[in-house]
Each structure stands twice: as C-alpha cells, then as structure tokens.
Design a protein around this ligand. Structure first.
Ligand code: 3HC
Length: 292
C-alpha cells in the first residue's frame, strides 16, 4: 500500500522542503506548525522555492499553484490524524520530538507510520517512547531538500519490514534515491560529514590557512560544491553545534566535540545564512568573510 497522505510536523528549512517534494509528487500534504507566524514563514519558504523553479522554467505558474494547492497548513495537531505517514522535522531536541510523537500516537490511526528527519538523535529513542515502535523509521533528507537526491532510510531493531519498505518506496516516490542505514547517531552522511566540518573549524583555530583559502581549497582541490565554512553557514552553525553535542554525547570521541569557535559564533547569534551572518556576512550581493 503506497503512501498517499503525508503529514509534516515543523515547516522550517527541512520541513518546508519535505512538504514541497511530497506535494510535487502529487501526494496530499498537511503541514503543521506551532503558531500562525511559523505557518506564514513556512509557507513563504515553499513559495520562494517554487518561485525559483518557475523562474528556471522547471514548472509553470499553473503547476506551482497546483502544488501549493496540495498542501494544507495548520496549527492543529489533530489534522494529522488521518495521515499514512507523519514526518517530524521539528527542533533537534529528543524531549520535544517525543512529546510530539506521544500526542500523535493517541491521535493517529494504528497504521500511521511515524518518521523522523533527525540529523543525529537515534530513531530508537523515539520508537521507545510510543506504542508503535514497529511503525517508526528514520527519513533523513538533505539541505536543500528539493535539490539533494539522497534520503537515508533508517531502521531500528524494532522497525518492521513493512514499515521500512513503505518508507523506502515513499523516498523513491518523491523523486529521491534512498539508502538503508542502521540506527546509529549520524547515520552515514553526518557520521562522516560532521567531523570534517568540525575539523575545518579546528584547523582555522590553529591558523592553518585563512577561511576563504580553506573554502577555496576544498572547492578547487576536491570538487566539493562548497567549502567547509560556506557549508557550516549553509547548514546553520546552531544546528551543527547541536548535532556535534549529540554525537559527542553518544560516542565520546574527540572528533565529534564542538570546537570553541563554533560555540562562540552561536553565542553571538552568527548562525549562518539564516541569521545573515556566520563565518561570512550575507547582507550584500556576495558573502564577505567576517573576523573569527
Ligand atoms: N531550494 C530549491 N532549489 C535550490 C536551492 C534551494 N534552497 N538552492 C539551489 N537550488 C537549485 C537551483 O535552482 C539550481 O537548479 P538547476 O540546476 O536545476 O537550475 C540548482 O539547485 C543549483 O543551484 P545554483 O546554480 O543556484 O547554485 P549552486 O550550483 O551553487 O548549487 C547547492 C547550490 C545545490 C546548494 C550546491 O552548492 C550544493 O550542493 N551544496 C552542498 C550542499 C550540501 O552539502 N548539503 C548537505 C548538507 S548536510 C545536511 O543537509 C544534513 C543535515 O542533517 C545537517
């Protein structure tokens, strides 16, 4: 049985992208945010992304309107009750995710699959908090969701084969290339990517080279689409710090320990692109490196 009705809890950077790709795949989507201003911001993100696709002539203005018409926005959790699949993309905080899933556990039908887009928490910790651990799975998308092809589909020791298969098929149906990953913190990509990003910050602290030269090095020397500091600003320094804290807590390995400079940037509100400043200043036409 394929997934037709999708619920997305949280419409930030990731949730808005997930809602968009699901609606583009002609699925019926309900997006839930906590208040009207968050709904407005989330809807704005989707409109902006679809506007970009119209401008690039990938979709027509009519198709954009049809896609938007397939997404219903709400602040009521009850509206997710009839969904085949609910994907949470709320803040990276286990308690908040578990409270959400526990309320959904009471509201949703027994067949509804719960998925988390967590970057670094374990799916098992969420599955253990609800009465349907066999129907809990990880669906980890990448930023920007409409562009990045990968989805990590994560199974716990309790995930049923049917749940996993349906989630895997869903990822394909929304145009992504799924891979299967075991439920360890960081799955595959962040397990490898996060130490790389943190290491770049550590090398910057040591004065190995300038930030812009290190960014240039990885783009021109390795063909990466963006250098590590541009990537940190793109992902969000607050998000990377949170992920590092969770992964360090899990593994107690130095390579996951957040470097002091990352903490200082976050303390100053330099979250990256989303706050206008991070390693770079994004207020002008081109990013300008800031003092670190
Ligand atoms: N939303 C929708 N579409 C977007 C987009 C966005 N935010 N940003 C870019 N695009 C589209 C453009 O429309 C364009 O489409 P086209 O090729 O069909 O015309 C295409 O992406 C390329 O965009 P641009 O030409 O404007 O810019 P770039 O060539 O510089 O590409 C990029 C931008 C795709 C973001 C590229 O720089 C890239 O791949 N960067 C690396 C991203 C990355 O590593 N993501 C993973 C982060 S880790 C993560 O998400 C895990 C989490 O748990 C932390």
């Amino acid at each position: 049985m394929s997934i037709q009705k999708v619920g997305v809890a949280g419409c930030g950077l990731m949730g808005s992208g997930i809602a968009e790709v699901a609606a583009r795949a002609e699925l019926d989507v309900v997006v839930r945010e906590v208040d009207e201003s968050s709904v407005k911001a989330g809807r704005g993100r989707i409109e902006k992304s679809l506007g970009r696709a119209v401008k690039k002539e990938k979709i027509s203005a009519e198709e954009r309107d049809e896609i938007l018409g397939r997404i219903r926005f709400t602040t009521e959790l009850e509206e997710l009750a009839d969904r085949d699949l609910v994907i949470e993309a709320v803040v990276e905080d286990l308690e908040i995710k578990n409270q959400l899933f526990q309320r959904l556990d009471e509201l949703c039908g027994a067949e509804t699959i719960f998925a988390s887009n967590t970057s670094s928490l374990t799916i098992t910790d969420m599955a253990a908090a609800v009465n349907r651990p066999d129907r809990v799975v990880g669906l980890h998308f990448f930023n920007p969701v409409p562009v990045m092809k990968l989805v990590e589909v994560v199974r716990t020791i309790a995930t049923s084969d049917e749940t996993f298969d349906r989630a895997f098929r869903f990822a394909r149906e929304v145009g992504k290339e799924p891979i299967a990953a075991r439920d360890n913190s960081g799955f595959v990509v962040n397990l490898l990517l996060v130490p790389y990003m943190l290491d770049a910050i550590r090398q910057l602290e040591r004065g190995v080279a300038s930030m812009t030269d290190m960014d240039k090095a990885m783009v021109l020397g390795c063909g990466y689409p963006m250098g590590p500091f541009t990537l940190c600003d793109f992902v969000g320094n607050d998000t990377t710090l949170r992920i590092a804290e969770i992964m360090f807590d899990e593994y107690r390995e130095e390579r996951y320990a957040p470097p002091p400079l990352l903490k200082r940037l976050v303390a100053m509100g330099r979250f990256g692109r989303k706050s206008g400043k991070g390693f770079y200043d994004y207020s002008g036409d081109e990013p300008v490196p800031l003092p670190v």
